[in-house]
Every structure is written in C-alpha cells, then in structure tokens.
Design a protein around this ligand. Structure first.
Ligand SMILES: NC(=O)c1ccc[n+]([C@@H]2O[C@H](COP(=O)([O-])OP(=O)(O)OC[C@H]3O[C@@H](n4cnc5c(N)ncnc54)[C@H](OP(=O)(O)O)[C@@H]3O)[C@@H](O)[C@H]2O)c1
Length: 232
C-alpha cells in the first residue's frame, strides 16, 4: 500500500453518535477505559485527529502571538531530525492549532497519548508566520493541498516521509467523513457504550458515502460492545 493502513477507532453511543453529553454519563466510564486500552494495544505509528478534536483534547484553544515569529514564505515540508516514530497527526487546514511543545505532554491525561510527537498536516492557505512558529517549536509539518487538505495526498506523504504503516483515525465526525469518502478507512474499531446520545450529537461519519464492511470481531465487555469491521 502506498498509504498507511487506517483503523478508525471510536467510541459511540448505541445510535452511532460520537459527540455530546452522553460521553460523560456514568455508563460511558468503562467504555472510555476500554477505548483507551484498545488505543494502546493496537501499537500504531500514531493517531490522526481533525483540528476541532485536537483543540478540545489537547491545545484547549491556546494560540501563539504570530508577530513574534519570522514568516516562512516557501511552502515546503519541514521535518525535524529526531523523529520518534509515534505521532499525533493534526489535520489543521489553516494552521489554527497552538501547541506549547512539539510533543503531547499529558502524563495525567488519557493514557496512550503522552509523548506523541506532533505532526501538522496543512494546506498552503496558512499564515507564513505560523510556519515560522512551528519551525521555532521544532514541530514538523507537511503540505497536502492548496486551500483544503487532500486526505489521499496527506496519507501518501505520511507513509513516504514518516514511514507510517498503521495509523489510528480518532475523530471527530468531520475528519472521519473526509477519510470515508475517499475510501481511506480500512478497519473500524468501535466501542459501543450502552447509551443513546442527545439530539445534537454528531454521527461517526459526517457526509458519508455507502460502503460495505465485514464484521471480524464482536466482544461483550460488561455491557460494552467491542466491534471490529474490515472494509470489503
Ligand atoms: N467518541 C469519540 O470516540 C470521539 C473521538 C474524537 C472526537 N470526538 C468528538 O468529536 C468532536 C469534534 O468533531 P468534529 O466533527 O466537530 O471535528 P473534527 O473532525 O475533529 O475536526 C474537523 C476539522 O478538521 C479540519 N480538517 C483538516 N483536513 C480536513 C479535511 N480534509 N476534511 C475535513 N476537515 C478537515 C478542519 O478544520 P478547519 O475548520 O480549521 O478547516 C475541520 O473543521 C468533539 O466533540 C469530540 O469530543 C469523539
């Protein structure tokens, strides 16, 4: 394969939703633990999230003062020398994420993410000073499109440049949908919590296309369903 094998790993409600207050119900506590355990067990080269999820889970909306950084006008990929082999890959079209370090530093947070080296996947529609900021922070970045991120090109580069063979795609709904539409979900790994989500909750895949999967594993872990499907 010229791109990494993609496992979309998500926790869902019974009705296939992935966002909203249902995630904080007590019935979801065990499902969350199972979700993080599987995340660690898969031993992937890293995980991919959309900009909104990265903001909610890791950067908290912080953004640097770009006036402090020298613009980098050339739109060429920037890869640091000391690649760790375990990556937090942010699909961040316009460079909206502010990182305070080039690795996820979250020792007390969700297990399995701490220490992941950040990779920014950008379109060329990004402030030149943001590139200066990333370089000053020693955060690697790759370009994959002019005004939007081309998922197939990004995946091709993640394999070619960073040697990623297997990556977890971990939401949210919008980025999952973008992968699904270009047939870049090879496997689905779902933890279904025994709850129904609220009315504003988002689906597993936003704006999806019809696609067939083969069920390869079902387990009942104390009322939480652990499901694995492979793309047919
Ligand atoms: N249940 C679970 O397992 C789980 C896991 C993860 C997240 N979540 C939840 O998911 C929610 C966030 O999901 P979301 O759907 O709102 O956002 P998202 O998928 O996390 O991020 C979407 C953003 O990604 C950027 N992006 C980069 N390349 C893209 C492409 N090719 N196509 C589309 N977007 C691209 C865009 O940023 P720009 O707008 O800057 O262009 C887009 O708005 C949160 O509530 C989070 O808690 C749940």
């Amino acid at each position: 394969m010229t791109r990494p094998y993609i496992i979309c790993h998500m926790m869902t409600s019974i009705d296939g939703k992935i966002t909203g207050d249902f995630l904080f119900q007590k019935e979801c506590t065990e499902a969350t633990d199972i979700y993080y355990r599987i995340n660690r067990e898969r031993l992937a080269d890293g995980f991919i999230c959309g900009r909104v999820t990265m903001e909610g889970s890791f950067t908290g909306g912080w953004y640097p003062d770009l006036n402090r950084y020298k613009p980098v006008d050339k739109k060429r990929d920037f890869i640091v020398n000391d690649l760790s082999g375990f990556y937090a890959i942010a699909f961040d079209t316009h460079g909206k994420l502010g990182w305070k370090s080039n690795k996820i530093i979250d020792p007390d947070g969700d297990p399995g993410y701490d220490g992941a080296q950040i990779i920014e996947v950008l379109s060329e529609d990004v402030d030149a000073r943001y590139l200066g900021y990333l370089e000053a922070m020693e955060i690697s970045y790759i370009f994959a499109g002019e005004t939007a991120v081309d998922v197939e090109l990004a995946l091709f580069k993640l394999k070619k440049i960073l040697a990623c063979n297997t990556l977890l795609l971990e939401g949210g709904s919008i980025i999952n949908g973008a992968f699904e539409r270009v047939d870049a979900v090879d496997e689905l790994s779902l933890v279904v919590a025994p709850v129904i989500a609220g009315k504003d909750a988002k689906p597993l895949f936003m704006d999806s296309e019809i696609a067939s999967f083969e069920l390869i594993k079902v387990e009942n872990e104390n009322g939480n369903l652990v499901l694995n499907y492979r793309r047919k």
